[in-house]
Structure formats: structure tokens, C-alpha cells
Design a protein around this ligand. Structure first.
Ligand SMILES: Cc1ncc(Cn2nnc(CCOP(=O)(O)OP(=O)(O)O)c2C)c(N)n1
Ligand SMILES: [Mg+2]
Length: 563
């Protein structure tokens, strides 16, 4: 048969639903890239660098469910690893494939380019093992099928990135043909007895409580448990909250939706009060870190926290393994009775949506006016990306109509993630309108990835919030390091057009300039449009100011005697 290691990988990628893979070529992966590119149903998207390549793949995975990035050895993989760490932190199954040295060189005493100039060819795999849930290095073509299937299956089951290393002389080697893809993709189910017991214990505990509430966490989507969460909310008919990193995973128009709980920067006083009055928090994929607990001030009380993670459930005094979140929430919904107290309390003081009125058209643009105009664009077909920065806080305040989606990277929090990730997302979901809110500081890390939006005619709409510096850092702790060289971001964007591109770069210094820039952007179907919104450095959300102070004091805690 003509089956080779390269074709085997290509076939598996197509069988798991990947249509595009993200690449930066290098002589350790060129032959492999040929096999992938030639395979029907698979086509490559070249990226400007390997960090952007990994971020583009994680963006593709946010829409498509799973993604693949292919890079060259060492100089390529080491920057890709930064984006792969992000995929791990954000529970996104990205398959990182790296070329590696010709097998004849490994024990020949040869020194190789792109390496450290030593005979150590293991350091890359050692790092990969830290950042993925499975890492394989193919040394013999006969082993390729089992190793590739194992890695891909682990990515699917654990919703984490995996690593496959393929020597430069391996892609064209004959190997056995793949077996049925079901061996790779068939789901795991909960242990029946544990599922029954866990839901019995949970239902028993809930029945004794007056004011249980639900809290959607950042792993809800990774677990595929969004609809099960809604079922449980309706069965309990209690108030249901989201953590900031779970925005978009639970409809804000649902009758039980009670806002974003984020301690003192929650979406409203009512949200904060009702959440903090509860006597049992039923979490679904929650994760409490220093940022999501506002410097530990809003950390949960473990004695009243029941959390379903994607393969285990913890209830005060109990832990059940091999209980999958969607099945747990679904079965629990059948075993509980109504507990409406918290929803009634929320509805009694339901916060009114304040719609800011349009600013004076010729007045200097400010943050509220920018957000008012972006809000007007968000509809059921919109995916809104919010970059690290005040964009987090502005994004979280956006109202999402049913069907609208929201992407954020609050665990890894890598500035510069949004532009390449949004490019990958737009490749996966061309039918949606992808809108990015990104600050000037973040944009300077990876803004050149607009290049692929131009090349592939992706009409992504980028709002560049230019407040002339690192405002989120200024609010945490200021210093000269938070100032940057100001760019003409609009001109930068158009400079990437070369002879053929259709990108537009526009400046908006007033409300009316922003309105007309948005009109131009909505007509530009042939490429991305960047609108550079000029606002003052300290024109940020009050939430960022309060949150920044809390995070700063948490960072400043002196070492204690025992650490
Ligand atoms: C890779 C990486 N390097 C450094 C940081 C620290 N950091 N976090 N936010 C920032 C500044 C963000 O500034 P902008 O994008 O302009 O956002 P704004 O807060 O809206 O001004 C830094 C430098 C980070 N979060 N990620
Ligand atoms: Mg800024």
C-alpha cells in the first residue's frame, strides 16, 4: 500500500474533523508537510512564527473542537511551546507536531543545526512532556500508528494538547494502514456505580439546603456540559452564575442567569449579594486562581463547594473519580427538587441594563462610547474576542444575545494571544463574524498575524484600544516599563497588504469617526479591518482599578516563616 507515516497522520487529522492545519516550515518537517498538504480535505495555513502558529491552532480548536500545528525542531517547537502551554491552561486539544533529526544522526556523534550544538536530542521531548497530556517520539515507522492514535485519543479524552515528534526521514516511510477511527474517538463514559452514588450524595446534600446556586466555570465547554448545566439550572430553578472565564458558555438570556460572579468586580451588587448568600455552590468546571478570586478575596468556602470537574466530582467529604461532568449534571437534574429562593432574591433586585447614550459625535473618543458602539454590533452570529488588558473588563460587561460567543484566555493570560487565535478561529468558522478587542500593548507582540487574515480574506474586525501603554499593569503597579512606543496601528495594518491585500486600517478619535469606521469595516468582506480607537491612558473600567489594587496587594504578601 502507499500508506506512509505522513499519510497516516494526514488521514487521522481529517478523520477527527480537521480541515486546516497551521504550519511554519523548516527542513526538519518539509517532507511531512508535503504529505499533509497533498492529502485530500486537508490544507495548510502558514503563520509568521511558531508562537502565532500555536495560538492560531488553539483558536481553531475553540471553534472546531480540535486542531493541529506543525513546526520545525527546537527553534520552532520552543516558541510553539508557549502557545501549547496556553492550550493546556485553557483546556484546548491542540496536536503539536514537530519535525526532528534524521534517525541516523542520533547516535552518530553528529552535531545538528537548530540544536543547542550538543549531542542532547532529548530536551525538546522533556519539555513537551511537561506541557501536554501525551507526548510521543516516532523512532520506527512500524510504531507510528499506535503512537499517533494514542496521542490523538488522549487529546480528545483529556481536552489537553499533545505532542508528536516525527524525524525528518520518517514521513515517507511505509507503515500499516489505519484501523477504524472509532478506536481513537469513541467516548469514555462514567463508572455507573460512581455516577449513581455521586448524584445520590449530591441530591441528598442539596435537599438539606435553602439556597443552593450554580456556578459555571471555564472547563464547562471542554467537558461538553453546557446543555446539561442548563438542565440542572431548570431542575433546581435557582440562580445560576458564571465565572469570568466561562462567559459565553451559558446564555445570559436564560431565565436563571444571574450574572458574572467575580467578588467585588462582579457584574452587579445583586449578583454579588445573592451569590454570597448561598449555602451551597454547585460548580461545573470551576477553577479558582488569584485573578478569578480577585487576589483571593473571593475564594470559595470549600465547606459549601460541590464541584463537578470533567472526569471527577468533589462534594464536601467525598470525591468520585471517573464521573463525567455532563452525565453527572444530567442525572443530578433528575434527582433534585426546586430550590428557587436565590432566583427569587435575584429577580427582586434584578440589575437594570444601563444603555449609555451616544456621546457628543465630535467629542474626544472615550472607552464608554467605544463599548457602546461595539455592543451595537454583537448579535447571534458574533464571536467576541477579549484580549488580556482592560479588554477583559470591557468584554465581560458586554451583553451577549443568545447565540453570541465569547473567547478569552484568563488562565494563561498571554498578551498577544487574541490576534493569532482569532485568525485560527475565523479559519474554522468563516460563517461567523469574529470581532477582536485588543490593547495597543498586546497587539505589539503578534499583530503581524493579520497577514494571514489578509492572505485568506478573513473579514475579522479588530478594535485596537490605543490608550498609549500597559494600562492593566499600570493599575496593578506603575513604572516606566508600562510605557511603550506608540505605533500608527492603522498604517501598520495596511502595510501588510503588499500588492494584493484588502485590509483596512482606520483611525477613530471621536464617536462619529468610530461610527463611520465601523460602516467601512462592515462593508469590507475581502479582508480584516483594524479600527484604532484613541482613548486616554487612565480611561479604564473602575473594575480594573479595584481588581488591580487587590491583585497588587496579593502579589505583595511578604514571605511567611514557613515558605
Ligand atoms: C506574554 C506576556 N508578557 C507580559 C505580560 C504582562 N502584561 N499583562 N498585560 C500587559 C499590558 C497589556 O497592555 P494593553 O494590551 O495595552 O492593554 P490595556 O490594559 O488595555 O492597556 C502586560 C505587559 C503578559 N500578560 N503576557
Ligand atoms: Mg494599552
Amino acid at each position: 500500500s502507499t500508506m506512509t507515516v505522513g499519510t497516516y497522520l494526514a488521514q487521522r487529522l481529517v478523520e477527527i474533523g480537521i480541515k486546516n492545519h497551521f504550519v511554519v516550515p523548516g527542513d526538519y518537517n518539509l517532507r511531512l508537510l508535503d504529505f499533509l498538504e497533498y492529502y485530500p480535505g486537508l490544507s495548510e495555513i502558514g503563520c509568521c512564527n511558531e508562537l502565532n502558529c500555536a495560538f492560531a491552532a488553539e483558536g481553531y480548536a475553540r471553534s472546531n473542537g480540535i486542531a493541529c500545528a506543525v513546526v520545525t525542531y527546537s527553534v520552532g517547537a520552543l516558541t510553539a511551546f508557549d502557545g501549547i502551554g496556553g492550550a493546556y491552561a485553557e483546556n484546548l486539544p491542540v496536536i503539536l507536531v514537530s519535525g526532528s533529526p534524521n534517525t541516523n544522526d542520533l547516535s552518530s556523534g553528529h552535531l545538528l543545526h537548530h540544536t543547542l550544538g550538543t549531542h542532547d536530542f532529548e530536551y525538546q521531548m522533556e519539555i513537551a512532556k511537561k506541557l501536554t497530556c501525551a507526548a510521543v517520539a516516532i523512532k520506527r515507522a512500524e510504531d507510528a500508528p499506535v503512537m499517533i492514535d494514542h496521542a490523538i485519543r488522549q487529546a480528545i479524552l483529556q481536552h489537553k494538547p499533545v505532542y508528536i515528534e516525527i524525524p525528518t526521514n520518517m514521513a515517507n516511510q511505509p507503515c500499516p494502514v489505519p484501523g477504524p477511527i472509532s478506536a481513537v474517538i469513541s467516548p469514555e463514559i462514567s463508572d455507573k456505580e460512581s455516577l449513581e452514588k455521586a448524584t445520590d450524595i449530591a441530591a441528598e446534600l442539596i435537599s438539606k439546603k435553602e439556597k443552593p446556586i450554580l456556578l459555571a466555570g471555564p472547563k464547562l465547554r471542554a467537558a461538553g456540559a453546557e446543555s446539561a448545566f442548563v438542565k440542572l439550572a431548570e431542575a433546581l430553578n435557582c440562580a445560576a452564575f458564571i465565572m469570568p472565564a466561562a462567559k459565553g458558555f451559558y446564555s445570559e438570556e436564560h431565565k436563571n442567569y444571574a450574572g458574572v460572579y467575580w467578588g467585588e468586580v462582579s457584574s452587579s451588587e445583586t449578583t454579588k449579594a445573592v451569590y454570597e448568600s448561598s449555602d451551597l455552590v454547585i460548580g461545573a468546571g470551576v477553577l479558582f486562581n488569584d485573578y478569578s478570586t480577585v487576589g483571593w478575596r473571593a475564594a470559595p468556602n470549600p465547606n459549601i463547594l460541590l464541584n463537578s470537574d470533567y472526569t471527577s466530582v468533589s462534594i464536601p467529604g467525598y470525591v468520585f473519580s471517573r464521573v463525567y461532568m455532563a452525565e453527572f449534571l444530567e442525572l443530578l437534574a433528575k434527582k433534585v427538587s426546586k430550590k428557587p429562593a436565590t432566583l427569587e432574591a435575584y429577580n427582586k433586585a434584578r440589575p437594570q441594563t444601563v444603555v449609555p447614550k451616544a456621546a457628543e459625535p465630535k467629542a474626544a473618543l472615550n472607552r464608554v462610547e467605544v463599548m457602546r458602539q461595539i455592543q451595537g454590533l454583537v448579535d447571534s452570529n458574533t464571536t467576541l474576542y477579549a484580549e488580556t488588558g482592560d479588554s477583559w473588563f470591557n468584554g465581560l460587561q458586554m451583553k451577549l444575545p443568545a447565540g453570541a460567543k465569547f473567547e478569552v484566555e484568563m488562565q494563561w493570560g498571554h498578551i498577544g494571544w487574541s490576534v493569532p487565535s482569532a485568525m485560527g478561529y475565523a479559519v474554522a468558522a468563516p460563517e461567523r463574524r469574529t470581532i477582536v478587542m485588543v490593547g495597543d500593548g498586546s497587539f505589539q507582540l503578534t499583530g503581524q498575524e493579520i497577514s494571514q487574515m489578509i492572505r485568506h480574506k478573513l473579514p475579522v474586525l479588530i478594535f485596537l484600544l490605543n490608550n498609549r501603554g500597559y494600562t492593566i499593569e499600570i493599575q496593578i503597579h506603575d513604572g516606566p516599563y508600562n510605557r511603550i512606543q506608540n505605533w500608527d496601528f492603522a498604517a501598520f495594518c495596511e502595510s501588510l497588504n503588499g500588492e494584493t491585500g484588502k485590509a483596512k486600517g482606520l483611525h477613530a478619535k471621536t464617536g462619529e469617526e468610530l461610527t463611520s469606521a465601523i460602516k467601512v469595516a462592515l462593508q469590507n468582506k475581502e479582508g480584516p479591518t483594524l479600527i484604532e480607537c484613541a482613548i486616554d491612558t487612565d480611561d479604564c473600567t473602575q473594575e480594573l482599578v479595584d481588581w488591580g489594587k487587590a491583585v497588587a496587594s496579593a502579589n505583595a504578601r511578604p514571605p511567611t516563616a514557613d515558605n
